[in-house]
Design a protein around this ligand. Structure first.
Ligand code: HEM
Length: 476
């Protein structure tokens, strides 16, 4: 008995030692890290490196976080972001591989806080058959709009009225003007809401809050941007639902907008929750990014007099070939080759969408990189757009580089694969019509040298893009 008691501490020590050895074996030998897992750092517990990754930087740069990580670990690295172990890719081939394998090896996956604002039926979040069904409806709106003379005429008239409203002004806050313009185009064509209606300005304010919430910390206390965004989302969704219910009650002449078209679909094809969600997606995706494009265009052209001159000449010769006052048609826009180079270069340099969120559905091996199943994957478009091994002097705004068609394969401002942005042509069309009137009617200058596009990670101008404007007399 005495011997047994004397041996007790030794036995406990032995068991403890054995347990430690087993644990170490499990951690370092048995659970050996998979070969090919990219290098990188997982940062702080839970927070990982999220704050450094999201630190705002000029949108024509990749920012200090990516710069440091790419030079230390290469342009594919591991990290811990938005609460998940993550592979970050700044590699063109890996990015394309991720986008092209949607629903096979990878799937769209946004953080919970973003999901709560977008809504569970948002196109960006749903997958499989539901994604196909909702996307087809969204695509039909976009296809009909771009070929509809009424739509083109509306964009043309709204552009003219925006520019008329600048008469007598020497200075404008252009970023907000662009947001108003693109939201009002969408509101009219989706819901038949006119810019002068009180509902239009209420929607604008709600979408501004919505956007601020998307990029803020997900703190749901009264008064935080996140809480305000959730409220704004609920208000927008309620308003669209009320419009649907009102239309259903009032039998009468159709308005011919997209909501009417969706309401004609039987409820087995589309229910009201899906209708509301599609309208919200198109309003949001259609206005915010296109407004960013309009702002970036003016920002870059203000600093590129040669490009602006060539653009003016191209638009002027198109105007001369048309009957006075006729709006641009889709075919006219296709002919504007240099205009298309300017828009494409603006998207490459300005980087409206820095990255997208995906998740690996299983273990994936690509070119020696191992991506564990369940990990988050972030293809970073900005890194590819500004990669000096793909583009000469990548941060220079040089629309002529688009004379080489090979560049099309080295950029993806609109994403790719089955989630390729359906609004690509609509955004280019709106931007072109706006430019067509602007360059013939106004000269503009950046008011402040210190105002530049920031990646927040969504695009924002640090001072709202204040412009000095002056009407020209060279209207032909
Ligand atoms: C310059 C303007 C635009 C840019 C840079 C842009 C960029 C993008 C990108 C990168 C995606 C892919 C997101 C992902 O893969 O997770 C996307 C998706 C989407 N965009 Fe755009 N977009 C623009 C304009 C528009 C417009 C005008 C509309 C509609 C009127 C629109 C509607 C959508 C929709 C509905 C999706 C989701 C598609 C899906 O998941 O199937 N976008 N956009």
């Amino acid at each position: 008995m005495a011997i047994t008691v004397a041996l007790l501490p030794l036995t406990v020590t032995l068991i403890f030692g054995l347990a430690c050895i087993l644990l170490l074996y499990y951690l370092f030998v048995k659970k050996e890290k998979p070969k090919g897992l990219p290098h990188g750092s997982m940062g702080w517990p839970f927070l990982g490196e999220t704050f450094s990754f999201l630190k705002p930087h000029k949108s024509n740069s990749i920012g200090s976080f990516l710069q440091q990580h790419f030079s230390r670990y290469g342009n594919v690295f591991k990290s811990h972001l938005f609460g998940c172990p993550t592979i970050v890719s700044g590699d063109l081939e890996l990015n394309n591989f991720i986008l092209l394998n949607e629903d096979k090896l990878f799937q769209s996956y946004y953080p919970k806080s973003v999901q709560d604002i977008l809504g569970k039926l948002s196109l960006m979040l749903v997958s499989g058959e539901l994604h196909k069904k909702l996307r087809t409806v969204a695509l039909s709106f976009i296809a009909n709009s771009k070929s509809s003379p009424d739509f083109l005429l509306y964009v043309d008239n709204l552009t003219i009225s925006v520019m008329d409203s600048w008469k007598g002004c020497q200075e404008i806050h252009y970023a907000k003007e662009a947001k108003k313009f693109t939201l009002y185009v969408m509101l009219k064509n989706l819901l038949n809401i006119e810019p002068e209606e009180q509902l239009a300005s209420q929607m604008l304010e709600d979408y501004l809050s919505y956007m601020k919430g998307l990029v803020s910390l997900p703190l749901c206390f009264p008064g935080t941007p996140y809480a305000k965004a959730l409220k704004a989302r609920a208000r927008i969704s309620r308003t669209i639902r009320e419009i649907i219910e009102e239309r259903r009650k009032k039998e009468g002449p159709k308005r011919g907008d997209f909501l009417d078209e969706m309401m004609n679909k039987r409820s087995e094809e589309l229910n009201d929750e899906e209708r509301v969600s599609i309208v919200m997606d198109l309003l949001f995706a259609g206005y915010e990014t296109t407004a960013g494009l309009l702002s970036l265009l003016l920002y870059y052209l203000a600093q590129a007099p040669e490009a602006l001159e060539q653009l003016k000449q191209e638009h002027q010769s198109l105007t001369k070939s048309k009957k006075h006052g006729d709006p641009l048609s889709w075919q006219d826009i296709q002919q504007l080759n240099f205009n298309s180079h300017v828009v494409n270069e603006t998207l490459r340099c300005g980087n409206l969408v820095k990255f997208v969120h995906r998740r690996a559905l299983q273990d994936v091996n690509f070119r020696g990189y191992h991506i564990p199943g369940g990990w988050q994957v972030l293809p970073v478009f900005t890194a590819v757009h500004l990669d000096p091994s793909l583009h000469d002097s990548p941060s220079d705004f040089n629309p002529w580089r688009w004379n080489d068609e090979a560049i099309n394969k080295k950029v993806n401002p609109f994403g790719g694969g089955t989630r390729l942005c359906p609004g690509t042509e609509l955004a280019k069309l709106e931007a072109t019509i706006f430019l067509h009137h602007l360059i013939r009617n106004y000269r503009w200058k950046l008011k402040e040298d210190t105002d530049f596009p920031l990646s927040y990670p969504y695009l924002e101008f640090s001072k709202g893009l204040k412009l000095e404007i002056q009407p020209t007399n060279d209207i032909s």
